[in-house]
Design a protein around this ligand. Sequence first.
Ligand SMILES: Cc1ncc(COP(=O)(O)O)c(C=O)c1O
Length: 396
Amino acid sequence: MKDREQPGFATRILGAMHLVPAEVPSEPASIPIFQSAGFSFDSLEAFDAAVEGDATSFVYSRAGNPTVDTLERIIAELEHGEAARAFASGMAAIHAALAACLKAGDHVVAPDRLYGGTYAILTGLFRSFGVECTFAPVGNIESWKSALRPNTRVVWAETITNPTLEVTDLPRLASIAHEAGARLLVDSTLTTPYLACPLDHGADLVVHSATKYLGGHGDLLGGLVVGGELDMVPVRRTLFQTGGNMAPFVAWLLLRGLETLPLRMDRHSQSAETLVAFLSNQPGVRAVHYPTLASGPDLQLRERMLPSGCGGLLSFEVKDDETARKVINRLQRFRRAGSLGDVHSLAMMPALASHRQVDAETRESMGISRGFIRLSVGLEDPEDLMDDLRQALNLD
Ligand SMILES: Cc1ncc(COP(=O)(O)O)c(C=O)c1O
């Protein structure tokens, strides 16, 4: 007969939680992963109190998880914000930031050169929900004023545009937006808080694809929204209602990636500058795009906005589509891949990846010519990357 003094075999396994040390006297070398969907309480009253507003307790990981929360606090601090929320991808973060600020009948002003996924969600999902968007020339901030309407609620910007690498005058955009009663939302994926903090320049919310430089190793998908406590309330609500949360393990990978962010960003920026100088002197290269190539007022803007480097993304243009394909197919060190911000160097035609959802005519108007190549410069020795580009461009 079964000994009823002891719980059953399965019950003992499922009750193992009581064996977890409540407190560990020494500090772990790495931030623990709380791989848990929910959290349990000693009483219903304690559960209820936690749901109702004890900000330090965790109830259900869609509302908050200790590992993800650690990441959110660090990012909020680095971005000079008060709060942050972590998402399953950059697009989930972009969706939540826009959804938190918009309702049917509202209007958005966005740059005419921007990441293709953002263009697609503004002209697709949000338009279908009754939100209109006007695209304004990124280099002519005054013209943004005439794009504003009484119902403009969001002005969208990228700190550096993807893939044309123009620096946005965020302080001027912030004052134009605020005068019109709109919020300035900034996608700062290409710069990370190491190179620029848009909240310091007047932005209300900052958005990141953490998939890129913040994670840095091409092994995760993630997104972040950062802002002041009040501005983050509807972002939190949107995340809780739509559930595009970052998983605890992903947050852990990101926390680990962040530890080397300054080192990586310095190296990305330095190597990109080396390759920009090289490409600028190649006969087959018709144009090179990188913020350090700006002149006049654009140069002053770049120096003000990005005093310590411009990151690892650069673009260049060759004669036509066929030549661009040949060059990319000949590369041996650059991987042919669609992302950016990875430790590995990546090469791609935006027309085939980041701007695939954008029709050919709009792509041209965004400055993405048929021979447009985007490079994400990784952490390899820059001389090897230069040799690789040299042999790939030597098409005769
Ligand atoms: C500037 C920018 N923002 C947002 C995204 C979307 O990020 P994710 O791919 O993590 O959804 C990307 C992706 O390439 C991007 O380049």
